[in-house]
Every structure is written in structure tokens, then in C-alpha cells.
Write a protein that binds this ligand. Structure first.
Ligand SMILES: Nc1ncnc2c1ncn2[C@@H]1O[C@H](COP(=O)(O)OP(=O)(O)O)[C@@H](O)[C@H]1O
Ligand SMILES: [Mg+2]
Length: 213
């Protein structure tokens, strides 16, 4: 079973995955948690290129293709083998994030992104994609609180974008969810973490029962 978590910065993806994985493990599910970029050896090198602040000349197309190169390796080395072994795979942001950030927010051609995803993913699709939805100002407030409480700032590039950008991201996720009701669940992430967690556990367990009945 393949589950992805999506949502704007500060929506609580990492928090919720950390709460979900032990619950699934306690229920006896063999559970793998990964994130992009950098889940593989080659991916770690791609990630270093992506996060290098001196790479100011990087074209948006180059950035997109590096993310996709990392993803191709991640899918081949980690996701597919784990699914083949009947594990539950949880990913903190996957291809929908590229569609939304590069496409909806930055204006990259959506058809082109779709074609690249077809090339990289083939028929692979998450069984379930959780969109943690909340107002942008609340997400950014949380994200800033997180930044202030940690020393590693390298991962917070997107949080420096303006509010309008994050609004496009939020609306992009909601548009994807409306277009693919089967795969997506939109969760109200403005509530406290425990309430959000309970909803997520309910959705995951009921889908797991459906798939493995
Ligand atoms: N439901 C919640 N209510 C209040 N604060 C939260 C909630 N969920 C997460 N946080 C806090 O908000 C910050 C961002 O959460 P995080 O899980 O890192 O979001 P994301 O991974 O989506 O960017 C963290 O400091 C986290 O502790
Ligand atoms: Mg996170």
C-alpha cells in the first residue's frame, strides 16, 4: 500500500507521518517511510546540487529534471521493491508536489510535467494521497516557528516565497484533489495535531482493509 502526504509548508506532513508510522508498525504492518530528494545514494548527490545556494544559474527546467532524476532512482530502488514486498510505503511529498510547485505555482506547462511523470513513474500511483489543508498564513506561521527552533535552514527555501505563491500551491493541491477524488483525501490540518492524526489513522486503516480484504 502506497501513501503520500502533501500540503503547503507547515501543514504538518512530517509531524503526522511521525505519528502515523508507529501506529501502523504497532498494528504489525511492515512500514517504510521515505522522502525526496535524497532517499538513495545517487539521490543524495542530486539533493546536494539542488540545495546548493551558489547554484543561482540553475534553470527551472534543470531543477525540475533533477527532482525527477532523483525520483526515478527513488522509485526504482526504494518504492517499488517495498511495494513488491507488500510493505506500506509512506512518502513525505511525491510527484503531486512537483505538479503543484513547478506547475500550478511557478507556471511550468502542466502537460509537460504530466509527460515527465509518465516517463518516471509508468503506472505507479499512490493508493492514497493525504492533502493536509490549512490557510496559508497559519501554515507559514507554523513553519517559521519550526525554523526558529532548529539550526538547519537549508530545507526551507520555499518558505521564503511570498504568500501568493503558497496560496497557488494550496489551490493547486485542492484542484488535484477535486480532479481525482478516489485517490485524494483532504484533511483539515488547521486543528490540533492529535485530531488530525485520528482522522488520518481512520482513513489509512479503512483503505488498508479495502485493499487487503
Ligand atoms: N496540528 C498542529 N497544530 C499546531 N502546530 C503544529 C501542528 N502540526 C504540526 N505543528 C508544528 O508546526 C510546525 C510545522 O510542522 P511540520 O510537520 O514540520 O510541517 P510540514 O512537514 O508540513 O512542513 C512544526 O513545528 C510542528 O511541530
Ligand atoms: Mg516536512
Amino acid at each position: 500500500m502506497f501513501i503520500t502526504f502533501e500540503g503547503i509548508e507547515g501543514s504538518g506532513k512530517t509531524t503526522q507521518i511521525k505519528l502515523l508510522v508507529p501506529v501502523l508498525q504497532a498494528k504489525g504492518y511492515d512500514c517504510v517511510f521515505t522522502r525526496e530528494p535524497g532517499a538513495t545514494e545517487i539521490g543524495k548527490k542530486i539533493r546536494a546540487i539542488l540545495l546548493d545556494a551558489s547554484h543561482t544559474a540553475m534553470l527551472p527546467l534543470t531543477e525540475l529534471l533533477l527532482y525527477e532524476a532523483d525520483r526515478a532512482q527513488h522509485v526504482h530502488e526504494v518504492v517499488k521493491p517495498a511495494l513488491a514486498a507488500n510493505k506500506v510505503v509512506v512518502v513525505d511529498r511525491f510527484f503531486d508536489a512537483t505538479t503543484v510547485y513547478q506547475g500550478y505555482a511557478r507556471g511550468f506547462d502542466l502537460k509537460l510535467i504530466e509527460q515527465i511523470h509518465h516517463l518516471v513513474l509508468g503506472n505507479l500511483k499512490p493508493d492514497l494521497t493525504m492533502v493536509l489543508d490549512l490557510p496559508v498564513d497559519l501554515g507559514l506561521k507554523r513553519a517559521w516557528q519550526r525554523i526558529n527552533s532548529q539550526s538547519d535552514l537549508s530545507e526551507d527555501r520555499f518558505e521564503k516565497e511570498d504568500v501568493a505563491f503558497h496560496e497557488k500551491v494550496r489551490q493547486g493541491y485542492l484542484a488535484l484533489a477535486r480532479a481525482e477524488l478516489e485517490r485524494f483525501r483532504v484533511i483539515d490540518a488547521s486543528r490540533d495535531a492529535e485530531a488530525v492524526h485520528r482522522d488520518i489513522v481512520d482513513v489509512v486503516l479503512s483503505l488498508h482493509r479495502q485493499i487487503f480484504k
